[in-house]
Design a protein around this ligand. Structure first.
Ligand code: MF3
Ligand code: CO
Length: 262
């Protein structure tokens, strides 16, 4: 069931979204080669709690898989071939040449915000840099379709088309999602699909749109049993960007932007 949010609820989601964006801004300023992913996680958790909010991902258990170990951190930090859900670790060091997806969720006032950016550390391979730029543009093109009267897969197909035009691979088994009082609500928002299909978009739908795009041929992110991190099948790099948005007439409203992402 897709819930349409009232303007009062959207006001609360703006607060959560703004805090997610500020947390990512902080990490963008602080991330440096030599840091551990655990240090990044700690910094984010302290910042979020200092702002009277709770990390959305911490202790999260997917409804589809209630036996999995609850997610043990504030952030997902996914490096290079890691697509999503990289668990912060005191032994995992980020280094020059890496691309690092940081995904952050915040719960405050009864509502979640969710966003991700892929950071580039130092000088990286030209093709990998292009992957990062194209994935960010995929997100922008998806957001541009999130307007009242369009259909859900107009978002999906805009993402897919742009990624494919560079012969990049769309990760198909991980999707965006509705968001609100639950981190994951209906509908699922795939990053591929046929335009003019899917549910009609209505003002007040709140969506987390999150393209995951890879070099190479992998169309799936796979994880080992009892492990959270999901990687490309061929070990090639993957990038990930995400915003929480509200469907509006004419132009979607983005709840997780800051001057750094404008
Ligand atoms: N943005 C991701 C998602 O929507 C992060 C979830 S991490 C989890 O799935 F721990 F909460 F699963
Ligand atoms: Co999400």
């Amino acid at each position: 069931m897709i819930t349409i949010k009232s303007e009062r609820e959207i006001e609360l989601m703006k607060v959560s979204g703004a805090l997610v964006a500020q947390t990512l801004d902080l990490l963008e300023q602080e991330i440096k080669p030599g840091m551990t992913t655990k240090e990044l996680d700690r910094m984010a958790e302290v910042f979020i709690r200092d702002h009277h909010a709770v990390p959305s991902f911490l202790n999260y258990v997917p409804k589809s898989d209630p036996d999995v170990t609850p997610y043990p951190a504030t952030l997902c930090v996914s490096i290079n071939e890691e697509v999503v859900h990289g668990v912060p670790n005191i032994k995992r060091v980020v280094k020059e040449g890496d691309i690092v997806s940081i995904d952050c969720g915040v719960y405050k006032g009864g509502y979640h915000g969710d966003a991700a950016r892929t950071f580039v550390l130092g000088i990286i391979d030209e093709k990998v840099q292009q992957l990062v730029d194209v994935t960010n543009e995929c997100l922008e093109r998806g957001i541009a379709m999130a307007v009242e009267g369009n259909r859900l897969h107009d978002i999906s197909s805009a993402i897919e088309e742009y990624a494919r035009s560079f012969r990049f691979s769309v990760i198909e088994n991980m999707v965006g999602h509705g968001i609100g009082s639950d981190l994951h609500e209906d509908p699922a928002v795939p990053n591929y699909g046929r335009k003019h299909t899917g549910v009609k978009l209505v003002e007040g739908m709140t969506l987390a749109i999150e393209p995951m795009i890879a070099l190479g041929r992998s169309r799936r992110a796979v994880s080992r049993r009892n492990e959270w991190v999901a990687v490309t099948e061929d070990g090639k790099a993957s990038a990930h960007f995400e915003h929480t948005i509200v469907v509006r007439p004419g132009k979607a409203e983005v709840l997780t932007r800051t001057f750094l992402t404008k």
